[in-house]
Design a protein around this ligand. Sequence first.
Ligand code: MOS
Length: 703
Amino acid sequence: MGISDPIGKVDHGQKTAGSALYVADYPARGVLTGRLLRSTRARARLVEISIPDLPEGYLVVDSKDVPGTNGVHIVLDDTPVFAHEYVHYVGDPILMVVGPEPVLVEQILGSIVVTYEDLEPVVDLEKSETAFFDYTIEKGDVSRAFQEADRIIEERIRTGYQAHAYLEPQGMVGLSHGGRITVHGSLQCPYYVHKAVVQAMGFEPDRVRVIQDVTGGGFGGKEDFPSILACQVAVAAHKAEKPVQVIFNRREDMEFTPKRHPSLCTYRVAVKDGRITAMDIDVRYNAGAYTTLSAVVLQRGIIGASGVYTVPSLHIRGRAMKTNTVPTGAFRGFGGPQTFFAIELVMEHVAGQLGRDPLGFKLAHLAKQGDETSTSGRHHFPVPIRQMVEEIDALSGYREKRKAYRHQSGRFRRGVGLSLAYHGAGFTGSGERDLIKAVARLHKRSDGVVEILTSITDIGQGSKTTFTKIVSRELGLPTSRIIVENPDTDRVPDSGPTVASRSLMVVGELLRRAASRLKGNWREGEEQMIEERFKEPDFVIPFSLETFKGDAYPAYSWSVNVIEVEVDTLTGVSRVLGAYGSYDVGTPIDEHIVTGQMEGGLLQGIGFGSMEDMTADAGGRIRNNSFSDYTIPTSVDVPNLQVRLHIEKYPSGPFGAKGAGELPLAGSAPAYVLAMEHALGTPLDHAPFTMQDAMGILSKETI
Ligand code: MOS
């Protein structure tokens, strides 16, 4: 059996039997319920908080109760555990009411009166004058290229919020016992949470323990936010001296937890003799009220702003702007999908203005192996996009349909769109080498069972299964002899967070190396512990965050997407007739898992491009806080989903594997909107492009 051949997921049994314990499933006896009192104002000074007399056993927890630092350690520490003096967005947590009866907790919450002194909020990205982060990428001679250009084309492209819409909302339990704090819950990154709780509690690291419960989806939404909630429950449990559980309902989760950053990108493109010679790009992301992960989200966004293309001269400025809205954070793709959406539309529109075929124009600018990247690093490995385009063209009939749908006049009109994209596999820049320094262990018990010890969390993406397959294969043992539990910081080393499509490529490779060493050194009947540490591959050109130069990523995963739509010109409703994707993630460690990730991501990206419409109102409040006000694609929305895997092995990944999880988000929204553009016969400039947007264009047509 090959490493790519599918096996049953190792955690399917308990999930399908209903015996898997999610955070809300833990016994409630003796556990107090916590509910957060949140700001109703977008920006205000807290003048007075009037709390009624509390019944026996009920308490209020606020910033004064934080024993350590009232700042949640994420990248910077500006997110308070509980608001102090000021609130900066609608939903900013002010305090927590804790007690045994959920109904009474809710009543107490409703009877607390907060007096605010309102301050002028900034809600609109374009009106914000505060940049949390401001980065510049420079390459070549941009001003000369613009002087010598025979044509300059300018475009503005926008994308909106996207909610993670994981099945399980955020939830966390804190326990205080014997001078220690234990936090367990729904989370992606046990050691991020650990560091945050250590700082908020002011404890030595060994007094904090973090355990991941079975987690019902993350998509990045459980990368940063659990650190905040963990600090809140830790402080509450410490004060109450009892376990405290906070489980968000769907409304609270959708309104007040991070989302994908809305973006506004302005492109100026210099063209000479039919080729793009330079781009001057301005990228602005709406970061919301606190910085959370905006620095790193923005970095990935600007690095990808020139897409899969080699542009000789580049000037890219990226800013993450503060607004008085809910902080935005990590979301599958991590800043990439916004700029990949923009560049794919820009390339199409520039080709159109030059009277060129868009696919031919894109391929003429495609990066090749050996080319410089946007950050003056290298494409060290083959760029397989051309072959993938041919494969998807054969599957979808793209080129033929592109011509056939040119002049349509009936009620139903069709269109096809194509996008090219990549995902830089692993952490951006030198983070893996300088910050994460991943460690993974294999513990061989005396009975010959091998336990995998890493801090990687399985949040549905299948890492327990792929890790098991790697270790089993390398050791030549059946998978039944390999075990992997949910991470517990008392037991597992820090292998880094479960983010950035790094888990399999980076930590999976550490496990493969550990297994290989264990095999060569196997001592029957003895307990053995094998440890491996991250080492940067030799070929990598060191990356500098000061100059934005060097290899931002060691390797890239690639995608080609085609989407075909049919628009009803009477109603504006569109239907996806087919969504096709060719993906190169190196060797798939499990074909079912990788195909599932690609299909899921393709669909999640179609949602981002077509229907997932979320906005903050003039007062800074998110109004789309349920699945009836925020619609996501369901299984009936895309019946014809076709995924193909193209394999370019990556020598530094386990068995040739690269990052996979985030790739499929990048290309689907641009392919969808370009298909709508083709069907409607007019250039479009934003995502989501909803049926109301389509109606807006169609109604103008008939006037
Ligand atoms: Mo992520 S969006 O790197 O969890």
